[in-house]
Ligand binder design. Structure first.
Ligand code: FAD
Length: 477
C-alpha cells in the first residue's frame, strides 16, 4: 500500500519529535514519523530497575545557570521534572587506589571499623578508603599534579594539528590513568571551550523522576499528536518501522521499510544517529555523494555505558561531596567512574559505573554475569571482601543496538566547519538532523532538540522556494 505525504521523518528521538513539532506549528501536518523501535525517545530511555526508574541513555541536563537559558531546562521546568544538582568535580578527590589501600594499615583498620559500624546501622558514613588526614593531602597533591601534567601536555599540543603525530607522553600511574579517563572520556573535555557550558552555564542536573527524561518528549509530542491517557494514538506516528531504503527522484522520495511497506513523500528528514549512518542499515538510491559519506565517516562515535548495580544495603560513603568516586587501576577506563544514586533516590541502594569506548564494547560482548563478577571484584578491592553481592545488574548495549550503534557523536579534534556543514547539509530532498548535526551542541539532548528545529526551518525555507518557483513557472506559461 502506498500513501504520500509532505514530509516523512525517520526516527522519533528528541530531534525527530522537535522537527515534527516545528512543522506542525507552521501548518505542515501531513507528516509521517517512522520509528524503528517500539517507542519514542531514542537515546532518552528509562527503565525500571531495583524499584526505581533509571536512565539508560541521557541522564543529565547539562548547561544550566548561564547567560542563556538551555531550552531543555525550560522544558523540564515547565513539566515539573524532578532533578538533582550534580557536581562531579569532586570525583577526582574521591579516588580509591587499591595498591595504596593495602599498603596503609591505618586506613585498613579504620575501614574495618567503619564497615562494622555501618553494618550495625550505627552511622551513615561507610567505606574504608576515602582518604582522610595526611593521606588525603598526599592524594590531593598526587591528583592535582596528575591534572597539571596532563593539562600541560595538552596545552603544548593544543590545536596544533601538524604536531599531533608527535606522541603525547602517556599517563602511567593508576591515578594518572584515572584522571586522564575522567578528563577525556567522562567530562568530554576534548575541545575547549565547550559551547554548552559557555552558552548555558556550568551547572548540571541529574534527572531523577519516575516518569523519566523521556516524559519531556511525550509532553512535546502531545502538542501536535493525538494522545489519550498519555498514550500516543496518532496514526501519523508509526512504530516498529525500520527504514531500509531511501530512493529519491526530482519530485519526491520513496521510503521502503523492512516489513515491505512503501511510503512516499515530497521530503524526508532523517534523524538516525551517526553510528547508524556509518552502518549499512539504510541504503540510498542514488548513493549519497562522496562529500557526504566522507563527512559521515570522519565523525567519531562515542560509546558510553552506565551499568547499574542493586545492593541489599549501602556500604559506600554518602556525603554531599561523595556522589562520585573513582577507582584507579592499571588498565585505563577499567570500572573507573562510579556514582551512587542516594541523591536521586534515597534508599535505593544502587551504584552506577560508567564505561566508555573499548571497555563498553568489551562488556557489551560478554554476559551480564561476567560483568557482575568483574564489577564485584573491583568493589571488593575498594571496599573490602565483606561487602554484599549485588542482587541485580543492568547493562545497556548502545553499541550493539542496530538503531543506535553507539552513544553520541564526537567531532574529532581536527574537525572543521566544513565537515560539520557537510554532515548536516541536505542531499536533494533528504534533510539530515540529529545531535550530530548540531555544530555547537553535538552529543547532548539540547543538541538534538535544537537540531530538529534548525532542520525543519531549513526544510520550510526549501518548501517556500519550491512553491515560488512553481508559481513563477505557471505565471510564465
Ligand atoms: P536518537 O535519540 O538516536 O533518535 C533517533 C531515532 O531514530 C531512534 O529512536 C532510532 O530508533 C531511530 N532510527 C534509527 N534508525 C532508524 C531506521 N532505519 N528507521 C527508523 N528509525 C530509525 N545527552 C545529554 O544532554 N546529557 C546526558 O547526560 C547524556 N548522556 C548520555 C548517555 C548515554 C548512555 C547516551 C546513549 C547518550 C547520552 N546523551 C546525553 C546524548 C543524548 O541522549 C543524545 O544526544 C540525544 O538523545 C540524541 O537524540 P537524536 O534525536 O539525535 O537521536
Amino acid at each position: 500500500s502506498r500513501s504520500r505525504c509532505s514530509v516523512i521523518i525517520v526516527g522519533a528521538g528528541v530531534s525527530g519529535i522537535s522537527a515534527a513539532k516545528v512543522l506542525a506549528e507552521k501548518g505542515v501536518d501531513d507528516v509521517m514519523i517512522l520509528e524503528a523501535s517500539d517507542r519514542i525517545g531514542g537515546r532518552i530511555r528509562k527503565e525500571g530497575f531495583g524499584g526505581v526508574s533509571v536512565e539508560l541513555g541521557a541522564g543529565w541536563i547539562a548547561g544550566v545557570g548561564g547567560k542563556e537559558s538551555n531550552p531543555v531546562w525550560e522544558l523540564a521546568r515547565q513539566s515539573g521534572l524532578r532533578t538533582c544538582f550534580s557536581d562531579y568535580s569532586n570525583a577526582r578527590y574521591n579516588i580509591y587506589d587499591p595498591r595504596f589501600v593495602y599498603m596503609s594499615a591505618c586506613l585498613w583498620a579504620l575501614g574495618v571499623l567503619c564497615y562494622l559500624l555501618t553494618r550495625c546501622g550505627g552511622i551513615g558514613f561507610s567505606g574504608k578508603i576515602f582518604p582522610s588526614g595526611e593521606a588525603a593531602d598526599s592524594y590531593r597533591k598526587a591528583v592535582e599534579s596528575a591534572i597539571r601534567k596532563l593539562r600541560a601536555e595538552e596545552d603544548n599540543h593544543g590545536g596544533d594539528v601538524a604536531r599531533l603525530s608527535e606522541p603525547l607522553s602517556v599517563p602511567k600511574t593508576p591515578i594518572e590513568l584515572a584522571i586522564d579517563f575522567i578528563l577525556h572520556d567522562f567530562e568530554m573535555a576534548e575541545v575547549e571551550p565547550i559551547s554548552t557550558y559557555v552558552d548555558f552555564g556550568e551547572r548540571e542536573f541529574l534527572v531523577a523522576d519516575e516518569r523519566g527524561y523521556e516524559s519531556l518528549l511525550h509532553k512535546m509530542a502531545e502538542t501536535f499528536l493525538l494522545t489519550s491517557d498519555g498514550e500516543i494514538l496518532d496514526s501519523r506516528l508509526k512504530l516498529n518501522k525500520v527504514v531500509r531504503e531511501l530512493q529519491q527522484s526530482r519530485n519526491g522520495v520513496t521510503v521502503t521499510t523492512e516489513d515491505g511497506c512503501i511510503y512516499e513523500a515530497n521530503y524526508v528528514i532523517l534523524s538516525a544517529s551517526i553510528g547508524v549512518l556509518q552502518s549499512d542499515l539504510i541504503s540510498f538510491r542514488p548513493p549519497l555523494p562522496r562529500w557526504k559519506t566522507e563527512a559521515i565517516e570522519t565523525c567519531d562515535v562515542m560509546v558510553y555505558t552506565k551499568i547499574f548495580l542493586k545492593f541489599p544495603y549501602k556500604f559506600w560513603a554518602c556525603g554531599p561531596d561523595k556522589e562520585f568516586f573513582i577507582y584507579a587501576h592499571e588498565r585505563r577506563g577499567y570500572y573507573t567512574f562510579w556514582q551512587h544514586m542516594e541523591n536521586a533516590y534515597p534508599g535505593s541502594n544502587i551504584l552506577v559505573v560508567t564505561l566508555t569506548n573499548g571497555e563498553s564494547k568489551r562488556v557489551e560482548a560478554q554476559s551480564d554475569q561476567e560483568t557482575l563478577k568483574e564489577a564485584m571484584e573491583v568493589l571488593r578491592n575498594m571496599f573490602g571482601p565483606e561487602i554484599p553481592n549485588a542482587t541485580d545488574i543492568l547493562v545497556p548495549r548502545w553499541f550493539n543496538n542496530r538503531f543506535q550503534r553507539g552513544s553520541y557523536s564526537n567531532y574529532p579534534i581536527y574537525a572543521n566547519h566544513q565537515m560539520v556543514h557537510d554532515i548536516k547539509a541536505p542531499v536533494g530532498r533528504i534533510f539530515f538532523t540529529g545531535e550530530h548535526t548540531s555544530e555547537r551542541f553535538n552529543g547532548y539532548v539540547h543538541g538534538g532538540y535544537l537540531a530538529g528545529i534548525d532542520t525543519s526551518n531549513a526544510l520550510l525555507e526549501d518548501m517556500r522556494r519550491e512553491k515560488e518557483r512553481k508559481l513563477e513557472s505557471q505565471t510564465f506559461l
